[in-house]
Design a protein around this ligand. Structure first.
Ligand code: GLY
Ligand code: MN
Ligand code: MN
Length: 437
């Protein structure tokens, strides 16, 4: 993203905050994997959204209308002996020069400077509950000001949830964000194509995962947006399967749910295909139902429809299909009403997508499902999962199928950002007949 984009976001936030307010946002903490080894660091999404600054031990402070600067960035000082071991730091000069902060201070000065800034303001935009140790510091500053009112100090009167304001901004993607999400969709789709071409009986699930990661990285995505699910056969029926440590078997399906993170934006694609490259008749029958359900749900993604309409469309097609195959018995309307389909379809049809794979934003407003509007991005991901239950004929056992795409709401309908990943039966079979990558 450009500096201009980050500045626009801070301005949008300041417009929401109004005068006499202050926002405080600490970056994510480093998290330890084991002795002397940390997990790769990723900024808190809201922190990156406002700043593009990705160092730990940093705090954004926004003070609308403050004559000496509205945007303050507290961050680590430059220190050669630290930088030799752990890499370059922007320091205060870099924060101002490269990240457009109006002013920047060493993070170690926060306790000295922040109470003075708080004292001048009525409304504090801060989200409690994300980082307990930082919450305690904020409470400490506020208590100190309250106790000092006899000495003429002023303490703020309102605390407002910052995350909620940012969530609403993040729900509507700008044209630069849409470009990044198109790219995330395209790279994620390429990885699925690579996985399809590579897969064959006898490979291990993690070997397929390696192909996916390879494709992400060679396309400039250093990280997946979430741990990939690569589940063959019965593992495809485990919704959050990430062990990925089984051998792929002939005649099984393989369910892959994998997405790249491109410039902090997530792709989230699921494809299901036969390990040996050819669908069996029963796999084909179930797959066609899921595909038709997914298409019906995508068709329901358009401005003016509400959040739940794609889900309702998917449920109708899935339930009708399960009746046709004899897996459900009864009247369509009644089975939908009773949620009978939940035996085979136990999750919802999608979620918001953005910097977080399960992105921020309310799904209901005033108790009603939210209307879809241009600029929103959501996933559409119906599925059917059949375990080895006694009352179900053997030919359906251990079939897990999900098809997931990333869909942008446009002025006139929608755009499928992940369309490059094949999902028609003949397309998949043709692709799998090609030699491995
Ligand atoms: N990959 C997570 C999800 O599909 O919701
Ligand atoms: Mn998803
Ligand atoms: Mn997914």
């Amino acid at each position: 993203m450009t500096k201009k984009e980050f500045a626009k976001r801070r301005q949008q936030l300041m417009d929401i905050m109004g005068p006499n307010s202050i926002a405080i946002l600490p970056n994510a903490e480093v998290s330890s994997r084991n002795r002397d080894v940390d997990y790769p660091y990723r900024s808190d999404s809201n922190f990156h959204y406002l700043s593009g600054f990705d160092e730990p031990d940093s705090v954004i402070v926004i003070v609308p209308g403050r004559p000496h600067g509205e945007y303050l960035l507290f961050c680590r000082e430059r220190k050669l002996e630290k930088e030799i071991w752990n890499g370059y730091r922007a320091g205060q000069e870099g924060a101002i020069k490269n990240f457009d902060a109006d002013d920047s201070y060493p993070i170690s000065d926060l306790d000295d400077i922040l109470p003075g800034l708080l004292e001048e303001r009525e409304k504090v935009f801060y989200t409690m509950g994300n980082i307990a140790s930082f919450d305690q510091r904020i409470v400490g500053f506020l208590n100190h000001l309250r106790q000092a009112t006899r000495q003429g100090k002023h303490s703020p009167t309102e605390i407002i949830e910052l995350d909620h304001c940012l969530n609403e901004l993040r729900l509507f993607k700008s044209s630069d964000e849409i470009k990044a999400m198109r790219k995330a969709g395209e790279i994620s789709a390429k990885a699925h194509i690579r996985a399809m071409r590579f897969t064959q009986p006898g490979h291990w699930e993690y070997q397929v995962e390696a192909e996916i990661i390879h494709e992400f990285m060679r396309n400039n995505c250093r990280s997946s947006a979430y741990p990939s699910i690569v589940g063959g056969g019965e593992n495809g029926c485990i919704l959050h399967y990430i062990e990925n440590n089984h051998k792929l078997k002939n005649n099984d399906l393989l369910l892959i749910d994998a997405g790249a993170e491109y410039d902090f934006y997530a792709g989230d694609i699921t494809r299901t295909f036969p390990v040996n490259g050819k669908f069996t008749p029963s796999q084909k029958a179930l797959y066609t139902i899921v595909l038709n359900a997914q298409k019906a749900a995508i068709a329901a993604v358009r401005p003016g429809n509400h959040w739940n309409q794609p889900h309702e469309a998917a449920v109708r097609v899935l339930t009708a299909g399960l009746i046709d195959l004899g897996l459900l018995e009864g009247e369509l309307e009644e089975l939908i009403e009773n949620h009978s389909y939940r035996e085979f379809y136990m999750h919802r049809t999608g979620h918001w997508l953005g910097m977080d794979v399960h992105d921020v934003g309310d799904y209901k407003v005033g108790g009603e499902w939210r209307l879809l509007e241009p600029g929103m991005v959501l996933t559409v991901e119906p599925g059917i999962y059949i375990r080895d239950l006694d009352h179900i004929p053997r030919k359906w056992h251990f079939t897990g199928i999900r098809i997931e795409d990333d869909v942008l709401v446009t002025k006139t309908g929608n755009e499928v950002l992940s369309a490059l990943a094949p999902k028609e039966i003949d397309e998949i079979e043709t692709l799998m007949a090609e030699s491995p990558p």
